[in-house]
Ligand binder design. Structure first.
Ligand code: FES
Length: 134
């Protein structure tokens, strides 16, 4: 019935739109940590700043600092997150830093009141259970 909705969530190794949750709920916090089914290093931050969602790798590309806990500032119309560990800045839109570092960013879309992030793995607001527990 639904038109144009793909059913690719089960794909492995492919990039798909991942349903995160309802936008009104997710917009209550400035940042949410989204756990990746690929593990800690692939976790993603979902920022909500000035009415817009942004998704970016959660571990800083410098030394792995928690970007979800960083300050957000706007300079010359550019929204940036500052890593809490060494204060490197990353453009929320492009992932570019004032240094030579580059943080991976991901597309976000709103559909039917829900937030989706384009990512190669499943993403969840709850941690995935360890493999050995089933
Ligand atoms: S770990 Fe983020 S700036 Fe060093």
């Amino acid at each position: 019935m639904a038109s144009g909705s793909g059913d690719e969530e089960g794909n492995t190794g492919g990039v798909s739109w991942r349903l995160i949750g309802p936008a009104p709920e997710l917009s209550k916090k400035r940042c949410r940590l989204m756990h990746s089914s690929l593990g800690y290093d692939s976790d993603v931050c979902l920022f909500y700043v000035k009415g817009e969602f942004f998704a970016m790798d959660a571990r800083c590309s410098h030394s792995g600092g928690p970007l979800c806990e960083g300050d957000i500032e706007e300079a010359d119309g550019v929204l940036q997150v500052f890593c809490p560990w060494h204060d490197y800045n990353f453009d929320l839109r492009t992932g570019r830093s004032g240094t030579s570092l580059q943080q991976q960013v991901y597309e976000v879309k709103l559909e039917d009141g829900n937030v989706y992030v384009k990512h190669r793995s499943r993403l969840s607001l709850q941690p995935f259970p360890p493999d050995r527990k089933s």
